[in-house]
Design a protein around this ligand. Structure first.
Ligand SMILES: *Cc1c(COP(=O)(O)O)cnc(C)c1O
Length: 386
């Protein structure tokens, strides 16, 4: 059955499953073999060729979710992103990179591009005009990430895809924060979609993985480099990832419901200065979100007023975990000024709108009233001017 015609939850549950023809078990068998017969076969299988049975099949689920022809699974989001960037950028090429991207991606570009002779510019802001202003005759790739971290700003994917096509430039989007449940960049004209599968795909904070999806032609190109870099995921973890992905849509939708409710709660709270969430009518990105997303996602951030100590607030939480990563079924919070953006100067942080009072909130699936109770009690504790 054509998976594009199937519903989201059916794709999550069934697409790309391996049929157990021997024992008729209900779930995909796990094939741990690293060695396969080479005689009389069409495909020579090997883990680093990304074509063991479990890798090949789970890739089909990811491609179906992103409305792509093909996909590859990697050992981390950065393995997927670095392989994609270096496939499309050679010595002498130029890339336009969105400002406000994931710290690891930014670090990869700033630390290593010069060694490959690759030129790049970070955009001034997230407007399409600012992307256009960076384009040069040797620009080969435009790189975007929307919603952005930690202020949940949006990039107009359709406008960027159109701009890039008019200059014959390839486009790549990091879709980690939205997940394919909320956003499909390929439908808006973007060429390549990347994921840190460590986040929503895994969803339980216990798997490191990455993925790239695109046309078969583009994926063949990425494969050609990726098989030599060797960033494939072990089949055992591929199998665990398949198990996680069966509940991707129901998890993300439950998390998103919490995000919407908590954003509204925080917006009305007297201790909160501002809330950043595209689902709020007050967000400058609300109308764009309604056009390009199928919801508003499960990440938000908010700023506590000055008389509340953000450090003490995080320490006082009993249910919500202060934690570095995101997207798990458990709610987590972090201070961007002390984690993802700690290496920037105070001035750079201020210019990006990241104050010491800013808290990033990754919503889990807990009961809303328990999350609210936890926040209320922590706010009482951290009020330094009671
Ligand atoms: C975590 C993350 C990455 C990197 O993924 P890893 O699995 O940690 O390598 C890339 N992009 C975004 C938006 C992320 O949140």
């Amino acid at each position: 059955m054509n998976s594009k015609k199937q519903g989201l939850n059916t794709i999550c549950t069934h697409s790309g499953a391996i049929e157990d023809t021997v024992f008729k078990g209900s779930v995909s068998p796990l094939y741990m073999s690293t060695s396969f017969d080479f005689m009389d076969v069409d495909t020579k299988r090997y883990p680093r060729y990304f074509n063991t049975p479990n890798q090949e099949h789970l890739s089909k689920k990811i491609a179906a979710l992103e409305h792509a022809e093909a996909a590859l699974i990697f050992a981390s989001g950065m393995a997927a992103i670095s392989a994609t960037l270096l496939t499309f950028l050679k010595s002498g090429d130029h890339a336009v990179i969105q400002n406000d991207i994931y710290g690891g991606t930014r670090n990869f570009i700033e630390s290593h591009f010069k060694n490959y002779g690759i030129e790049y510019n970070f955009t001034k802001d997230l407007s399409s005009e600012s992307f256009e202003a960076c384009i040069q005759p040797n620009t080969k790739l435009i790189y975007v990430e929307t919603p952005s971290n930690p202020l949940l700003k949006l990039v107009d994917l359709f406008a960027i895809a159109k701009l890039a096509k008019s200059h014959q430039i390839t486009t790549a989007a990091d879709n980690t924060f939205a997940s394919p449940v909320i956003q499909n960049p390929i439908d808006l004209g973007i060429d390549i979609v990347m994921h840190s599968a460590t986040k929503y795909f895994g969803g339980h904070s216990d798997i490191s993985a990455g993925a790239v999806a695109s046309t078969q032609k583009i994926m063949d190109k990425i494969w050609d480099l990726a098989k030599d870099f060797g960033g494939n995921l072990s089949d055992y973890t591929v199998w665990l990832l398949e198990r996680s992905m069966k509940t991707l849509a129901i998890r993300v939708k439950a998390q998103q419901r919490n995000a919407k409710r908590l954003a509204k709660f925080l917006e009305k709270h007297s201790a909160v200065k501002s809330v950043f969430y595209p689902g709020l009518k007050s967000s400058p990105y609300h109308s764009l979100a309604k056009i390009q997303m199928k919801g508003f996602g499960a990440m938000l951030s908010f700023e506590l007023k000055k008389q509340y100590d953000a450090d003490e607030f995080l320490k006082a939480l009993r249910l919500i975990k202060p934690s570095m990563s995101l997207a798990g079924v458990e709610s987590t919070m972090l201070l961007p000024s002390k984690t993802s953006h700690a290496l920037l100067s105070e001035l750079d942080r201020a210019n990006q709108g990241i104050s010491d009072q800013l808290i990033r909130f990754s919503l889990g699936i807990e009961t809303k009233k328990d999350l609210i109770e936890d926040i209320e009690q922590a706010i009482t504790v951290c009020n330094v001017k009671k």
